[in-house]
Design a protein around this ligand. Structure first.
Ligand code: NI
Length: 253
């Protein structure tokens, strides 16, 4: 069974194709985690997850939404919902501007603390902020996944040493994506998870189109090729990794 640990399925891009996307994923996916980036989108993620048994929600404040020291009390409240299985996406993003760098760090740490109090894993976004993200996750230990991992192999090894998982998506199928291919071939399969990050980062040969969970088949194929394993082995192992991080460890695969 497949898993998609990160998708913005409640976004407007999916409105018209949602039924089709759900239908094609049914029976093939054990779990799809719909991610919010602020209060409203987190609520949207929960509402969508309520409708389908294999959909779950992850809630949190994305670093790009940080415009000061925001109130985070809604996170603990919404997290009580039975469909909320992670805090995210949260993290650091210095790509567009560094104006709120300090606030981003503070709110990232606060959300890690909330996740730890609730016993939930975190789904981490890191863009142009690899070292700061790593330093925070090293100092503020938690369990979680580096969503759409885009760092170096050296850093990947450091993360996995600390027990963090790496989210692998469509980028690994791109011909010129040397670094992530290197990461996927070198890192132990027990630290890898699959995701779409839809609507973006659609794998080859659908690059440029709206991303859909079912395209994770292409990500699995590429991981299998790089790891020199069968697709079934990769699929089973990644599902097992999913269970270890997001719970349900009693379930047999
Ligand atoms: Ni995302």
């Amino acid at each position: 069974m497949l898993v998609d640990t990160h998708i913005h399925l409640a976004d407007k891009e999916y409105l018209e194709i949602l039924d089709q996307v759900i239908e094609e994923a049914k029976g093939r996916f054990k779990s799809i985690i719909v991610s919010g980036i602020d209060y409203q989108t987190s609520l949207d993620a929960i509402r969508l997850a309520e409708k389908y048994d294999f959909l779950y929600a992850s809630i949190g404040l994305h670093p790009q939404e940080v415009k000061g020291l925001e109130d985070l009390s809604w996170i603990s409240k919404l997290a009580k919902h039975e469909k909320v299985i992670a805090i995210g996406e949260i993290g650091l993003d210095y790509y567009w501007d560094e104006q709120y760098k300090e606030q981003q760090k503070e709110l990232f740490i606060k959300q890690i603390e909330i996740a730890n109090e609730l016993g939930l894993p975190v789904i981490v976004h890191s863009r142009s902020a690899h070292q700061d993200t790593f330093d925070i996750l090293k100092e503020h230990k938690t369990k979680g996944v580096l969503h759409c991992y885009s760092g170096s192999l050296e850093m990947a090894k450091e993360y996995t040493k600390l027990g963090y998982y790496l989210g692998i998506g469509g980028v690994v199928t791109f011909k010129n994506a040397k670094t992530i291919k290197e990461v996927v071939s070198e890192v132990d399969l027990k630290y890898l998870l699959t995701e779409t990050d839809g609507p973006y980062l659609t794998p080859h040969p659908y690059r440029g189109k709206i991303n859909r969970p079912i395209y994770i088949e292409y990500v699995i194929s590429e991981i299998a090729r790089l790891q020199d394993k069968t697709k079934q082995e990769v699929e089973d192992k990644i599902y097992n990794n999913y269970l270890e991080l997001f719970g349900g460890t009693s379930e047999e695969i």
